[in-house]
Design a protein around this ligand. Structure first.
Ligand SMILES: Nc1ncnc2c1ncn2[C@@H]1O[C@H](COP(=O)(O)OP(=O)(O)O)[C@@H](O)[C@H]1O
Ligand SMILES: [Mg+2]
Length: 370
């Protein structure tokens, strides 16, 4: 039997834990159609929280309602790719330019090269309008999803904004769903090109409830021939900290060690250990790589505490004033790495980051090489 857990970025988990509410606004918007505010939605959250799989879930919902979905990542060439997808969809719907097929899409520029004479090539805004108008006639609409939105080429975002706004003004059923890490999205929203995105619904994804993790782990194990006791399930669920990536890692490594058909306390402990090591070498390293050196030093100073840290303590460990520390506190909260723990305290938001930083600090690694 195959391991049911999927500890890979973007991979559909056996059960999508604790996201019942996250899609509510979007689903309502798909049902309401054009003009509904939820048709413009941004998912933010730290790496591994489940943004990409939630985009997929949203796409599937839209598709089930008959919507056409174009799923993209924000790499250069977005507009040409969107345009060629739209032309293909129009053709599938029997509305393509008769007898002419798309042969190439120019990289870099936004033009679309087809066998049409240049004068007959239509700007992509017309293509988009035609597609969405056809879909409107079918009582559905067009959903565009863009993952890792912070990486978007700003000129292409400007183009996209102009077309989306045009479609919204025409009261056509267009949806745009984007995802990115909080800090990068906040930065993007502060730029002039993003004015239209500031109106979007923002869904900030957090860890899920441990109790929900326990129920999901139980259901997933129950679908296989591996047995696990209720107390082992509770222990495994707690070890995930409710962090979605870790749910899959813990499930995967515990399941694969149950060679005899049941989880033993020993194999459980080993599986959790292995899951934590994998988390360090994948998600934690990548999250730290996104940060500046001072950000990482700030985190190392936080890791000196056994629990939530006081900003004033961090400032004095850094040899700086609280105002200086406050700037980095803000940056790291925006990045989704730390959270306000109340009463002026700060805590790590990614499970095991404290432990990971301590282990690295102990082996002489500093913020340069983390
Ligand atoms: N709600 C969830 N329940 C269970 N597993 C999840 C959930 N969301 C994400 N995962 C798992 O976590 C990992 C990271 O998900 P992903 O969507 O790639 O995160 P992100 O895009 O935010 O970095 C994947 O292995 C995925 O299967
Ligand atoms: Mg992702």
């Amino acid at each position: 039997m195959r391991n049911p857990f999927k500890p890979t970025a973007g991979a559909r988990p056996p059960l999508l834990v604790g996201r019942e509410d996250a899609l509510d606004g979007f689903k309502e918007a798909i049902n309401d159609g054009s003009g509904s505010p939820g048709l413009l939605t941004i998912f933010t959250g730290p790496r591994g929280v489940g943004k990409t799989v939630l985009l997929t879930a949203a796409e599937e919902f839209a598709q089930a309602q008959g919507w056409v979905v174009i799923s993209e990542t924000a790499t250069t060439g977005l507009i040409p790719r969107l345009t060629s997808s739209m032309i293909l969809r129009l053709e599938e719907l029997g509305n393509g330019p008769p007898g002419r097929r798309l042969t190439a899409v120019t990289a870099g520029g936004f033009g679309v090269t087809t066998q049409l004479a240049p004068a007959r090539q239509r700007p992509w805004r017309d293509i988009a309008t035609q597609l969405v108008t056809v879909l409107d006639g079918h009582g559905t609409g067009l959903l565009i999803t863009i993952d890792e939105i912070h990486a978007v080429n700003r000129e292409e975002l400007t183009e996209l904004a102009a077309v989306i706004q045009h479609l919204i003004r025409e009261d056509l059923p267009i949806g745009l769903l984007v995802a990115g890490i909080p800090k990068a999205v906040s930065d993007l929203l502060n730029e002039d090109v993003s004015t239209f995105l500031r109106r979007a619904d923002r869904v900030d994804l957090k860890d899920v409830a441990i109790r929900d993790v326990e129920v999901a782990l139980a259901a997933t194990f129950a679908d296989t021939d591996v047995t696990i006791t209720p107390s082992q399930l509770r222990y495994a669920a707690e070890a995930t900290g409710g962090y979605p990536f870790l749910i899959q890692l813990v499930g995967y490594h515990v399941w694969r060690r149950a060679v005899t058909g049941s989880v033993t306390d020993e194999s459980l402990a080993e599986g959790i250990d292995a899951a934590r090591r994998r988390l360090g070498s994948t998600v934690l390293q990548a999250s730290l790589a996104d940060l500046s050196q001072v950000d990482r030093t700030f985190l190392l100073k936080m890791a000196d505490d056994d629990g939530p840290s006081k900003v004033a303590d961090i400032a004095s460990r850094l040899g700086e004033n609280t105002k200086y520390a406050g700037v980095y506190r803000r940056r790291l909260i925006d990045a989704g790495v730390i959270v306000n723990a109340g009463r002026g305290l700060l805590d790590f938001s990614v499970p095991h980051l404290r432990q990971y930083l301590r282990e690295h600090a102990a082996s002489g690694i500093d913020s340069n090489t983390l």
